[in-house]
Design a protein around this ligand. Structure first.
Ligand SMILES: NC(=O)c1ccc[n+]([C@@H]2O[C@H](COP(=O)([O-])OP(=O)(O)OC[C@H]3O[C@@H](n4cnc5c(N)ncnc54)[C@H](OP(=O)(O)O)[C@@H]3O)[C@@H](O)[C@H]2O)c1
Length: 233
């Protein structure tokens, strides 16, 4: 049977690179996000399927689940950061966005696809972050969300240990994508300062880890993987 993967946040960055790497490894990839034009181009190039998906909408997630007969791999990648404010100045709309997408969105998609993942002895890969291990100044909203991803991934791994489903968390350090442009709401100069003069990971570096984890036999569970550029520790 064809191996089916769903990659959320597949329209750019790490998700797009993961979709391409998985397709090159023989997976049929459902590339899912909100930017349909980008998804259609990617899906056409990799022989996959473009799916309009907003992980914050139950209706949208249900529609994704309804169009899948089976699923072998779910890459919960949709996410990101908004703002770099001290907590005392927190923009609560930014905090809400970060929690809704990174945490609740991940749970919503996982719940919807769980029965199919169990049926296929499948694999769930959650994109955490080094921000889920190490808080930093101005990071409290994103730190809290990615600590949340780590906590729920660890709890789910324990809950499902006797069931035929594998659960992996991949925690990158600094990856050069549009992540920071979005975090700083379009301020490219500020975003560039995050990466300039540093050895940054590429989206492809993280995608290769996702591809490798997904290539392992069903009795092997990679629990957690930290991936950093050499000059970040
Ligand atoms: N870049 C880094 O340094 C870094 C480091 C560690 C962890 N991460 C994590 O890795 C993941 C990918 O980040 P990235 O760097 O590739 O960022 P990115 O280039 O900004 O990509 C984010 C993706 O998430 C999607 N997305 C956002 N809101 C969504 C929603 N409501 N429903 C569905 N999809 C949504 C976006 O697609 P649409 O806008 O088309 O919906 C986009 O495809 C995130 O979880 C991020 O927190 C990133």
């Amino acid at each position: 049977m064809e191996k089916i993967a769903v990659v959320t946040g597949g329209s750019e960055g790490i998700g797009e690179a993961a979709a391409r790497a998985l397709a090159a490894d023989g997976w049929k990839v459902y590339v899912a996000a909100r930017s349909v034009d980008k998804l259609e181009k990617i899906a056409e190039e990799i022989g996959g399927v473009a799916v309009e998906l907003d992980v914050t909408s139950q209706e949208s997630v249900d529609a994704l689940a309804a169009q899948l007969e089976h699923v072998d791999l779910l890459v919960n990648n949709a996410g990101g950061a908004r703002g770099l404010d001290y907590l005392r100045d927190a923009d609560l709309d930014d905090w809400q966005w970060m929690y809704d997408v990174n945490v609740v969105g991940l749970v919503r998609v996982t719940k919807a696809l769980y029965p199919k993942l169990i049926e296929s002895e499948g694999l769930i890969i959650n994109l955490g972050s080094i921000a889920g291990f190490t808080p930093y100044v101005g990071g409290s909203g994103y730190n809290a969300a990615k600590h949340g991803v780590r906590a729920l991934t660890r709890a789910m791994r324990l809950e499902e240990v006797a069931n035929p489903v594998r659960i992996t968390e991949i925690d990158p350090g600094r990856v050069k994508t549009d992540f920071s442009v979005k975090r700083f709401k379009g301020d490219e100069d500020r975003a560039n300062q995050v990466y300039d003069g540093k050895l940054n990971l590429t989206a492809e570096d993280v995608a290769e880890a996702i591809r490798w984890v997904a290539s392992l036999p069903v009795h092997v569970n990679i629990d957690t993987m930290n991936i950093m550029p050499r000059d970040q520790a």
